[in-house]
Write a protein that binds this ligand. Structure first.
Ligand SMILES: [Zn+2]
Length: 133
């Protein structure tokens, strides 16, 4: 079944309760709780919902926010929408494949993009690069 055709029941079955809350209900994990904050290895960050590659490790940086942060997603990996949940609008970021909520993007990131993709670690899985030598 394509990920986009999954029912909420299917997602509940396939995701952990915390993953479900973030990816499907747009919750935000507590800052500083994700093991991915300290992940420094080379590799790829994938969507925890569907496995789509989202970010390369060389675009990850330490933002000090308590959430895994990146300055650029992989081409076509994510989509954005405007989120009016708080008093000011924010730009919500979701997986382009399964539409699962990942986090938000802000304009205070480092160069070359100036963007800060502030991600929920629980919404992603990290796949370390396997050395071929
Ligand atoms: Zn996905």
């Amino acid at each position: 079944m394509p990920e986009s055709d999954k029912s909420e029941q299917d997602w509940k079955r396939d995701l952990s309760p915390n993953q479900y809350k973030v990816l499907r209900e747009h919750a935000t994990e507590y800052p500083g709780t994700s093991p991915l904050n300290d992940e420094k290895r080379h590799g790829v960050y994938r969507c925890a919902g569907c496995g789509q590659p989202l970010y390369a490790s060389d675009t990850k940086y330490e933002s000090g926010s308590g959430w895994p942060s990146f300055w650029e997603p992989l081409p076509g990996a994510v989509e954005t929408s405007t989120d009016y949940k708080l008093a000011y609008p924010r730009t919500e970021v979701h997986c382009a494949s399964c539409k699962g909520h990942l986090g938000h993007v802000f304009d205070d990131g480092p160069q070359p993009t100036g963007k800060r993709y502030c991600m929920n670690g629980v919404a992603m899985s990290f796949e370390p690069e396997t050395k071929s030598d």
